[in-house]
Each structure stands twice: as structure tokens, then as C-alpha cells.
Design a binder for this molecule. Structure first.
Ligand code: LRH
Length: 489
């Protein structure tokens, strides 16, 4: 008998993919069945996700997966915080907003004037990001649509609903809404009520590993998957799936899940809800098996991706390989920026924004694209260092080793400079940590792998990893870090 195959639907901010994973004793093999672009659309009333294209891309991918052999189950993960609203008939009301839409800042200020940032943090343990669901809802409430809304579904839950007809809220992702009580592990009735939201908008919670349902006939017909194929609830927040697949052999590791965002932090047993932690803007998002993802968002490869899009619009599109080679040759520490600067959040001309931050902080602008890429990657390495050190201090832990997972782990300069800047050994890979976490949670639900430790050992023993020992001059990074702190003010 062949080992079973699980289909992971993994939607990221710039692309979606359907990946199949074959899991057996000592075996974990991923195959990409289908990849498609995720292109947000700017409507007159805001930046939206093209959720129909995403759904169709998912169906096409599942059909490709079905052609390669029997599929034991399907699991879906996406980015966090964003949602669709259903009316009383279960129909989607409008296209979901993109978290980078700029309606959220003013709405956040309004919510905080009512609840208070401290109180919000004590309950939710969530870092302040202007796009947390709680703030998006405050903006959404003033629309005509709102009166018709009966159910809120986070992005992966919406896709599960279209696939199975069942409604639920997966917990790792629910923990990013700003309406989830992190200690109790439930929706916070007090916050929901206090903000004047209908409690019935929020569906019952689902734990990773449970069964969400089976395919609706139309989805089975289109994809060619068996009609009784289960859709398994995975850690539907992509970052939670990625952290579940960190190839750590021991507990106590630090991680950076690096894609469009860099999510840098630790895995803890219990949340850290102190005032220092709030002031440092660390989040306590829920991981698999009741773990806490104690981390902070860093602007990540978005800075580089958006630079490349800007250059491409100007008719200049050097390949990534050439850009990185130029960056490796560019002058070290010529310019550093704080990736957390809110000016970088919205889509747009990133090189000009970097220029404006450099002007504000009295630094010269880089010399050509390679210089910008060097600036971005060194700045990210410094942000990884600052965030991991701060996480360890706030959680009372020691840093010994960093795992860098996700697409960014393919970027050798970023891995090397993260090792050099932190002075810690870095293990890079797997690049497909999120899809692996998705597959493994399904496999576990089917009795194939053991606890989180066992699952991670399987990743460590089957996936290709690279190791970076810190080298060179830590004091040069110390000086660059001081410059950055001074520029932050
Ligand atoms: C990464 C991610 C991150 C969230 C952001 C919205 O893809 O899920 O964890 O903060 O997207």
C-alpha cells in the first residue's frame, strides 16, 4: 500500500499554491501541484482581495492534485486577520478588504479611544497592528453592507465554507482578530459585547486536527476528488503552520518565519501579557496544541518585493539572482532603515519611501538597485536581531539557535547576515514550512505522526536545511544597530 497523500492549500499575499504531501514512516515528500498569482484589486472604495480568483485557483490546484492520485484529505491556510461577511442566506457580501488598505488607521484610533490599548492587550495579548480584524470591523461598520452581515469568516474559513458548506473559526487564526481571549482560548464575549458587535457574527471555534466537513458535490465534481474527501482543519493561520514545521530537535529555539512578513519570536507555553511586552508590541498568537507564538511582525521581504515591482514598472527588471549578487558587492552598512516604519506598509514606490526615510535620518541614498537591496537585507537582519533579543528578554529565555523558515530562507544573504548580526547559529529552511505544517497537521489527524516534537523531527530528518555559523565582526553590527536606534529616536 502506498503512503497517503494530503493536499495543502496555502495562500500567501502574492501567490497561492496547492501542494501535495506524501507522509509515511520517515517519509515526507512535497510536490507542487499548482501555483497561481494573488493579485489584489484596487476598487474605488478600497484595496480588495480577488477572492473568486483565489477560490478558482484553489479548485484548479485540487484538480491537478487529484490527477496525480488519491487524496486523503485537504487543508487550507492563508494569511491572518482578513475576513468576508456572509448575509442571512450565506452569500458573501462584497470582496474582502486587503489588510494593507488604508481605511484602518483612523478606525484603530477610534476603537482604542473606547477600549484602551492596555485592556485590549490584557485580554487578547495581540500586538497592535492597524489592520487587526477588530479595527477593520470598526471601519466596516459604517457601510450599508454591515446591516446585512450575519457571519464573519476569516479567509481560510471562508474557503472551507465554499468547499464544504460548514461554518467555523479556526483558533490559530481567530487569535489574530483582537477579539479572542488568549488565556481562555475562546472568543472574548466581553470585548465583542463591549464594542457593540453581535456575538452571533463569530462562529464556533475549531481546533487544528478536527474535521471541518467533506466536499460539496460541486467541488468534488469540478476537482475530481472523491465526494467523501475530508477537509481537515489545520493551523489555518499560515504563520502557525510554519512554526509547527520548524525543524527543531530541541525545545527553546527561536524562529523567523520569513516571507512577505518576517515573524520573529519564540514558542511559549503561556502568554506574556506584561506592560513591557505590550509597549514592545509583542504578540501572543495561538499555535498548535495550545502553544503561544510569542513574536513580532517585521516588514519582511515585502520591502524587497515592492522595490522590484517599482523597478519593473519603470521598465527595469533585473532578476533576483543579479540583484542579490549586486547587493553582496555593495558597500556594507551604507544605509540602514527601520523596517517597522509605518511608511512602508501600503503598496507603492518603495525605493522613494526608503529615500525619504534615509533623508529624514541623515543618510545618503543607495547607489543603484544593488545598494537598495543591501540596505533592505541588512536592515532586516538588524530587525531580526533586535526582535529576537527583545523576545528572549521579555520572556525570560536565552537565545541559542535561530531557525529561519519560509521563502526568505532561500535568500542566502539574509540567512548569513541574520547569523552574523545575532551572533547565533542559523538553520535555514524549509522554504515550504507553511505547506509542510499544513500537510503534517492533516497527517496527524489521520494518525500518522505523533506530537509536535515528533512532527518537527520528521521535518528535520527529511527536508534539506542549510546551516550558517555566525562569523566576522559582531561589533560592526553593533554599531549599525546603534545607528538604527538613534535614527528611530
Ligand atoms: C503572514 C501573516 C502574518 C500576519 C499577516 C497579516 O502571512 O499571516 O502572520 O500578521 O500575514
Amino acid at each position: 500500500r502506498e503512503d497517503p497523500v494530503f493536499a495543502a492549500v496555502d495562500l500567501g499575499a502574492t501567490s497561492g499554491r496547492v501542494i501535495t504531501g506524501r507522509v509515511g514512516p520517515g517519509e515526507l515528500v512535497l510536490t507542487e501541484a499548482h501555483r497561481f498569482a494573488n493579485v489584489p484589486v484596487r476598487l474605488p472604495d478600497g484595496l480588495r482581495w480577488d477572492v473568486l480568483a483565489l477560490y478558482q485557483g484553489m479548485l484548479d490546484g485540487l484538480r491537478a492534485a487529484a490527477r496525480s492520485g488519491p487524496v486523503a484529505s485537504v487543508g487550507i491556510d492563508t494569511w491572518a486577520v482578513d475576513y468576508g461577511l456572509l448575509d442571512a442566506d450565506g452569500s458573501l457580501l462584497g470582496m474582502p478588504f486587503h489588510y494593507r488598505d488604508d481605511r484602518n488607521g483612523p478606525a484603530a484610533a477610534k476603537v482604542l479611544a473606547g477600549v484602551g490599548a492596555r485592556e485590549l492587550y490584557e485580554v487578547t495579548g495581540l500586538q497592535h497592528l492597524p489592520f487587526n480584524t477588530v479595527f477593520q470591523l470598526a471601519a466596516h461598520r459604517s457601510t450599508a453592507q454591515w446591516g446585512a452581515a450575519r457571519t464573519l469568516l476569516l479567509m481560510p474559513d471562508l474557503l472551507v465554507y465554499w468547499l464544504t458548506g460548514t461554518v467555523g473559526a479556526e483558533v490559530t487564526n481567530a487569535s489574530t482578530t483582537g477579539l479572542f481571549d488568549t488565556r481562555a482560548g475562546r472568543w472574548s464575549d466581553a470585548l465583542i459585547g463591549g464594542l457593540g458587535l453581535e456575538r452571533t457574527l463569530f462562529p464556533p471555534l475549531r481546533e487544528p486536527g478536527s474535521r471541518a466537513g467533506t466536499l460539496l458535490a460541486q467541488a468534488a465534481d469540478f476537482t475530481g476528488l472523491a465526494p467523501d474527501t475530508p477537509v481537515t482543519t489545520v493551523a489555518s493561520h499560515d504563520t502557525a503552520s510554519a512554526v509547527a514545521a520548524v525543524p527543531a530537535r530541541e525545545p527553546g529555539f527561536a524562529y523567523v518565519s520569513c516571507g512577505t512578513w518576517s515573524l520573529a519570536g519564540l514558542e511559549l507555553d503561556a502568554p506574556v501579557l506584561t506592560e513591557e511586552s505590550r509597549a514592545a508590541n509583542f504578540t501572543n498568537e495561538r499555535g498548535v496544541d495550545g502553544t503561544v507564538r510569542y513574536l513580532r511582525n517585521i516588514m519582511g521581504m515585502w520591502l524587497l518585493e515592492e522595490c522590484r515591482r517599482t523597478w519593473a514598472r519603470g521598465g527595469h527588471s533585473p532578476g533576483l539572482g543579479a540583484l542579490l549578487a549586486d547587493a553582496a558587492r555593495a558597500r556594507p552598512f551604507a544605509a540602514v532603515v527601520d523596517p517597522d516604519d509605518p511608511v512602508f506598509l501600503a503598496p507603492g514606490d518603495m525605493p522613494s519611501r526608503i529615500d525619504s526615510v534615509l533623508a529624514r535620518t541623515g543618510q545618503a541614498v543607495p547607489d543603484g538597485p544593488g545598494g537598495y537591496v543591501r540596505c533592505v537585507l541588512e536592515s532586516l537582519a538588524l530587525a531580526h536581531r533586535r526582535t529576537l533579543r527583545r523576545a528572549a528578554a521579555l520572556a525570560g529565555r536565552e537565545l541559542t539557535h535561530v531557525h529561519l523558515v519560509g521563502g526568505g530562507s532561500r535568500n542566502e544573504l539574509l540567512c548569513r547576515w541574520t547569523a552574523d548580526a545575532t551572533g547565533l547559529p542559523v538553520t535555514a529552511g524549509p522554504a515550504e514550512a507553511t505547506a509542510l505544517g499544513n500537510v503534517l497537521l492533516q497527517a496527524r489527524a489521520h494518525g500518522l505522526v505523533g506530537d509536535l516534537g515528533g512532527l518537527r523531527r520528521l521535518v528535520a530528518s527529511t527536508q534539506e536545511l542549510r546551516h550558517y555559523a555566525p562569523r566576522g565582526d559582531l561589533s560592526a553590527w553593533d554599531r549599525a544597530a546603534e545607528r538604527l536606534e538613534a535614527a528611530r529616536g
